[in-house]
Design a protein around this ligand. Structure first.
Ligand code: PSU
Ligand code: MN
Length: 307
């Protein structure tokens, strides 16, 4: 039984010891509307190539776990209906049933670890939802960061989450949350929502070194790298706050629960901002892809020096 399939492009990069950056697919199927989702996915892959690394988009298609998709597969996934959203709990079931599913941050980290990929770029991670003291809605992404040795580059946690609670859980789990180039925790569409980040680093080389150091210390798990959205693409927190509050109230009114919460909120915020949230979302993902490629390159340099 082969557990997963690597695309020829990704296999060649791994064989040569060249930098590879993993990419998730839930952002394609559940995070953005067609056809912007496909455009975004292609641009992210190209950005990684332009920055000297190989992209490996991860998804389960007809029961096979793919590490690296062909352009045809990417397009099929972007258009597919009823794709499952896979986290740690559902991945094996989807594969056993021969079905198709998109990987969240947690599931993508699991696949990256299997394939020996240490760096993964995305938009935002899941976290502790507002009202979690009632709903218990805490994303499995946080647990995964504590277990799988992958550095995840995100634009911080979305402000649809309870950011202080998310930071607390990450700290409890022993996950370093590192803001890049600023003291505040980036808040996805906004560069800050007024919360200080626990850690700060200013270069890709430092971040790569910390990842190697963590492994050398025998610590499981990865790092959360919070890269602020570029200034020109940001939507200020004052603008986002009432929109997020409205979307959260709408989710409550419509009884949205569980896995549907994040996709519902993203879609509702897209409507309420008349598409502006999507433009910002795409800009921050591309920015994270650039940094991811840089960190993956630094990681290769360090590993080369150690070898
Ligand atoms: N951030 C986005 N778009 C997304 C997600 C995050 O901008 O689609 C997805 C990621 O795949 C993340 C998931 O892992 O939402 C978290 O879902 P949940 O809160 O149900 O764990
Ligand atoms: Mn959840």
């Amino acid at each position: 039984m082969t557990l997963y399939t690597t695309s020829p492009e990704v296999q060649a990069a791994l064989d040569a010891g060249n930098p590879v950056v993993a990419l998730e697919s839930t952002i394609i199927t559940h995070g953005m509307p067609w056809p912007q989702n496909l455009e975004m996915a292609r641009k992210v892959e190209d950005t990684i190539r332009e920055n000297g690394a190989t992209p490996a988009t991860i998804a389960v298609m007809d029961g096979t776990l793919h590490v690296g998709l062909t352009d045809e597969q990417l397009e099929a996934l972007a258009q597919a209906k009823n794709v499952a959203k896979l986290s740690r709990a559902d991945m094996a079931v989807c594969m056993a049933q021969g079905r198709t599913g998109a990987t969240t941050v947690a599931a993508t980290m699991i696949a990256a670890r299997l394939a020996g990929i240490g760096v993964f770029a995305t938009g935002g991670i899941g976290g502790v939802h507002k009202g979690a003291e009632e709903s218990f809605d805490v994303s499995a992404d946080l647990q995964e960061l504590a277990q799988s040795p992958v550095t995840v580059i995100a634009a911080g946690a979305k402000a649809i989450l309870d950011l202080p609670k998310t930071l607390e859980v990450l700290e409890t789990l022993g996950v370093p949350t590192i803001a890049v180039g600023q003291d505040d925790l980036p808040a996805f569409w906004s560069r800050s929502a007024g919360h200080a980040a626990p850690l700060r680093m200013d270069s890709a080389a430092e971040i790569a070194r910390a990842q190697v150091m963590r492994a050398a210390l025998g610590l499981p798990g990865g790092q959360l790298v919070a890269n602020p959205i570029p200034q020109e693409a940001e939507i200020p927190h004052e603008v986002m706050a009432p929109i997020i509050a409205q979307a959260t109230a709408d989710a409550e009114t419509h009884g949205i629960r569980g896995k549907q919460v994040t996709p519902y909120l993203l879609q509702r915020i897209f409507e309420l901002t008349e598409g502006r949230s999507l433009t910002a979302n795409i800009a921050l993902v591309l920015n994270n892809a650039r940094l991811g490629a840089e960190i993956a390159r630094e990681l290769c340099t360090i590993r080369g020096e150690l070898a």
